[in-house]
Design a protein around this ligand. Structure first.
Ligand SMILES: Nc1ncnc2c1ncn2[C@@H]1O[C@H](COP(=O)(O)OP(=O)(O)OP(=O)(O)O)[C@@H](O)[C@H]1O
Ligand SMILES: [Mg+2]
Length: 580
């Protein structure tokens, strides 16, 4: 059974001329012509049974015949009916059956329509069904709906939820174009799934409003949380320094411009391995002891590393002559390293890296943290599912460090899971230009970029999907952007950003890019694996709107003065914790 059964009487018109991929259709019904719009889809009869050709309307013209035939000016009105022409670009074929599969869309043209073949508008339920086919959303499967097509509000717009996350997606748009709302719409539907698993990096605390089953809220330990001794049970996440890769530790603590940098890195690596060995020995983890490397996530006491560094930095060894002493190999060479380490350790903003004794320093802490972050919806008594991590109180210069650590944790856990045991997880990276920048400005940013590049390239194999969200796609790391096979582009006004998006569009559809600045708020151009055909979609409102905080300037200025809370803001700024 075809999903597109048209009666001949429903035809818009008939084919007048055909060329390789362009068809001109003559429409006699003026009413029907008025209803048509450029970019709308049409279906055409094919010469093969069970095939329908699908095309996009490119141009609509309404001409009097005398304009077309300038020579023939003598004839009267009657003999010169209007000729209404619609130019259509063919984009593919819908097959009723292909082998065992019913209703298959192919982006190829095996036939062209014959002259006088009927042309039908694709709208309403038929459009919904057709879109279901192109996004390979089958009848019984769980559906992922974005909203409705701009061209036909009655037709619901589905995308293929497998393909959207398998090969990454990017959501772009100028500020206020509706990205966060679109994400909320996706998250809501994810959260409903029985074994949902997603992590959202929420930079502005916007998604705090998304509550209910399937949502969990976490935040990275800030000075206030550390003071209060909060931990995982309170939804407070520490990211202890022992989770960092050796590379990341070095880039954080060793000043590369220091002439002693290579020595410092070497001494530090030795001291860390020693401290980790000590931890494993004390805990009796002999199997890990035999195999671990400096990069293994094994807790160690940073104090003992410092003690060792201090010892070497002041070490005296026996001199050549008996009874004399000379400075040890590293004497005085580690002062800068020690200073930096001490400095970071006492930086309250970095408290999450150096938890107090008893917090995040046990062997089992990582299991708990990973269960909370990567366990599906059933984990933690239903507190898994969509995990929203609030970064709104984190200073922007350390964002790449933290986000990179969480992403790295997710990737490694997936990588070290057995093939069949991997439970897919999607990472939603809001304001991605802040921590996956094109140009790294710090060692931490370099590490974050490396992690995300790796996920972008290899994530598919390990079941890690990225959703990159940014108002400045031109400032997001290019490798990551180029690996995103799905694009949700909202209104975009900046030329540089538009150029990035255009490059993601298939060649034949580059012209779609011209729509970018003209899109309405909440309207998106969607293209990619998950939908096949570029389509303009009006994203439906999420049930729980994100707190995107659009403030009405004029109205607020016109209203009576609200109670002044400036002193609170200043105090919060001082404490680096929001006082509520
Ligand atoms: N689908 C939609 N339908 C109706 N209104 C919408 C829709 N999406 C967004 N809006 C309106 O636009 C405002 C801004 O949306 P949103 O916060 O999603 O923008 P954004 O692209 O995330 O901006 P920013 O880059 O600054 O975070 C919302 O407060 C809402 O009023
Ligand atoms: Mg936003």
């Amino acid at each position: 059974m075809s999903i597109l059964d048209f009666g001949d009487d429903e035809a818009l018109g008939r084919v007048l001329s055909v060329d390789t991929a362009t068809v001109v259709v003559r429409v006699d019904d003026v009413e029907a012509l008025r209803a048509l719009q450029v970019n709308r889809l049409v279906a055409l009869q094919s010469s093969l049974a069970g095939h329908k050709l699908i095309g996009v309307i490119h141009k609509i013209t309404r001409t009097a015949l005398e304009e077309a035939k300038v020579a023939d000016i003598e004839l009267g009105e009657e003999a010169h009916p209007e000729v209404n022409l619609v130019r259509i670009t063919l984009i593919g074929t819908l097959l009723d059956r292909d082998g065992t599969r019913a209703n298959v869309f192919r982006r190829t043209l095996e036939t062209v329509p014959e002259i006088d073949a009927c042309c039908f508008a694709l709208e309403g339920e038929r459009l919904t069904r057709f879109m279901g086919v192109i996004s390979e959303v089958t009848g019984g499967a769980q559906r992922l709906s974005l909203g409705a097509y701009t061209l036909d509000p009655k037709a619901e717009a589905y995308v293929n939820g497998n393909k959207l996350f398998q090969r990454h997606a990017i959501v772009v748009g100028s500020t206020g174009s509706g990205k966060s709302w679109t994400i909320a719409r996706l998250l809501e539907q994810i959260a409903e799934l029985e074994s949902a698993n997603a992590i959202v990096f929420d930079m502005h605390g916007e998604y705090a409003s998304m509550v209910g089953d399937g949502f969990a809220h976490l935040r990275v330990a800030g000075p206030g949380d550390i003071e209060a001794g909060k931990g995982l049970a309170d939804g407070v996440l520490h990211l202890p320094n022992w989770l960092m890769s050796y590379e990341a530790l070095v880039s954080m603590f060793v000043d590369r411009s220091d002439q002693n940098a290579p020595n410092q890195a070497m001494v530090m690596s030795r001291a860390i391995v020693e401290a980790k060995t000590c931890f494993l020995t004390t805990g009796g983890h002999s199997e890990v002891l035999a195999n671990f490397t400096i990069d293994s996530p094994v807790p160690f006491a940073i104090e003992s590393v410092l003690t060792e560094l201090n010892r070497l930095n002041t070490e005296m060894v026996p001199g050549a002559k008996p009874g004399t002493e000379k400075q040890g190999d590293f004497n005085g060479k580690l002062s800068r390293l020690i200073q930096r380490l001490e400095g970071k350790r006492t930086d309250r903003r970095l408290g999450f890296l150096f938890p107090a004794a008893g917090v995040a320093d046990s062997y089992t802490w990582l299991d708990e943290a990973v269960t909370l972050l990567l366990g599906g919806r059933a984990a933690k008594g239903g507190r898994g599912g969509v995990k929203i991590i609030d970064f709104s109180e984190v200073p922007s210069d350390i964002l790449p460090l933290i986000v990179g650590m969480v992403a790295r944790m997710a990737f490694h856990v997936q990588q070290w899971s057995a093939q069949g045991a991997r439970h897919p997880v999607a990472l939603f990276c809001d304001e991605a230009h802040l921590y996956i920048p094109q140009d790294a400005t710090s060692g931490a940013a370099e590490n974050a970029i490396a992690t995300f590049e790796r996920i972008a390239k290899e994530g598919r194999k390990y079941g890690v999907g990225l959703v990159v969200i940014s108002q400045r796609p031109a400032e997001v790391n290019r490798t990551v952007v180029s690996q995103c096979n799905n694009l949700i582009a909202m209104r975009l006004t900046n030329g540089e950003d538009q150029a990035v998006v255009r490059r993601l569009l298939p060649d034949s559809l580059g012209g779609f890019g011209d729509l970018l600045p003209a899109l309405d708020t909440g309207e998106a151009l969607v293209v990619g694996d998950a939908i096949l055909l570029p389509t303009r979609i009006r994203i439906a409102k999420p049930v729980n709107e994100p707190l995107s905080g659009t403030i009405e300037f004029w109205d607020r200025w016109a209203a009576p003065a609200a109670a002044a809370t400036l002193d609170k803001a200043v105090e919060s700024w001082r404490r680096q914790t929001l006082i509520k």
